[in-house]
Structures are given as structure tokens and as C-alpha cells.
Design a protein around this ligand. Sequence first.
Ligand SMILES: [Zn+2]
Length: 269
Amino acid sequence: MVFGFLKERRRRRLRAQPVPAAWRAIVERNLPIFRRLPRADQAELLGHVQVFLAEKIFEGCGGLTLTDEIRVTIAAQACLLLLHRETDYYPTLTTILVYPTGYAVEVEEPIAPGIWEAGDEHRLGHTGRRLNALVLAWDSAKHGAADPADGENLVLHEFAHQLDFENAADDGTPALGTRAEYHAWARVMGGELEALRAAEEADEPTVLDTYGAENPSEFFAVATEAFFERPHALEAKHPELYAELRRFFRQDPARYSSEQVDRAERPSV
Ligand SMILES: [Zn+2]
């Protein structure tokens, strides 16, 4: 990928700036996973955070007053997905809207062919391919980071959707390098999605949140959460899926995760 020379130079400068001590303290306090990363990865992550915060607009909604804690905690989680990869920093995303807590949106849903029902839907986060925005509930974003091994992480979920959009479709397939990689991805993800649907149907315990059975896009977002938060369980039960995600993210969270191995043996929610 070739990016603008000036943009790349500006980003290099941002990454090289000393990180404000207060920001590092926020990351260390709110992202337990950060403390387990190799030192070089910590430095890379904080460099990405500086670019992210310089380029993205944050807006407080629902009466929320933005603070450095909110911005840095969200940015650091979003940038965990960028480590070791050549990245354009979620290029179609301009704005992150943060609510204090979950929020209600009016939706219309088909309840029968040709019949739509309007109602409120409770949401913790949302993004869309044509939105240029991403919405998060701050309490969930903070809680997701605080427990790095419960399998749930709202910020990783929503930013996985953003990665999915990078090749112009929300189909559960992010931008990959070669045709062979696309083939392997389609084979493994397709099979795993079918397996998740079958497990949900049979009411069997699953490592992956069954919300991922909805469609390939949600499957990738849910699998990303599990990859970073329950890597041992995912690697044990779904080695091919784990390997695909390890290749894409160029990370091996099983090496630094705080997930207890015995936890992998227990049925998940
Ligand atoms: Zn989703």
C-alpha cells in the first residue's frame, strides 16, 4: 500500500513524539493487557495512539464530558488491532461518538414480509460502512478493557468492523494480501460460522459469542474479541480459526494473555 508522503511523514513524527506520562498512566491503569505486551509492542501501541488521537474527532454525547481517560482508553484498544501491520488508521472513520452508557435508537424491523415494526433498540456500540463514525458506550468500553479475559470487548468488536470495511465490503473479510489468503480465509471462516450456527441450534456451549452466528460480519467481530480475550480457549477448540486470525493480526495473544488455561475447559456463556 502506498500512502501520501506528507501524511506518512506527519504520522512518523507523531509516533516519535514522547508520550505524555498521563496517557501512559491511563493505558497502564485501564488496559491490563498492555502491561503484558512485550516492551517493543507497548512502544508501538503508544505511537499508534498518538496518531489516532491526532487524526480522529471524539464527541461526547448524552451529556458526557470527554476526558483524556475516555479518549486514551478507547484509542489504545482500537490501536491494539493495528500492531505489526501496515495500517492507514481506519481510513474511512472520522468521528467517535461516546455516550456515558448504553443508548436507545429507533429502528424499524421487518416482522413479516412487507410489515415493519418500529421500536427502540438498546445499543452499546455501533458502526457502519457508510457512516464514517463509530458509537460507543463509555461504561462498556471501559469495562471491556478492565477484564481482558472475559471474551467480551466492545471496542475491539466495533473496530474489527472498521477493519472489515477496509476492502469496501462488510462481509467479514478484511483486506488480505493475496488471492490464496482470501481463499484460506473464506474456507476457514465459512466453516467456523456454520459450526457456530450448528452449536447454537444444538444449544451447545461455545467459545465464541453466538451473536457471531448472525452473519459473516458479526462473526469476524466476535472472533476478534475471542482472539484477544480468550486465545487459549480459541486455539484449543478452533485451531484453524486461531491460526487465520494470528496470520491477519500478526499477533499471538495466547503468549501474553492473562486468560487462565483451566477457564478454557469450562463451558462458556
Ligand atoms: Zn457488530
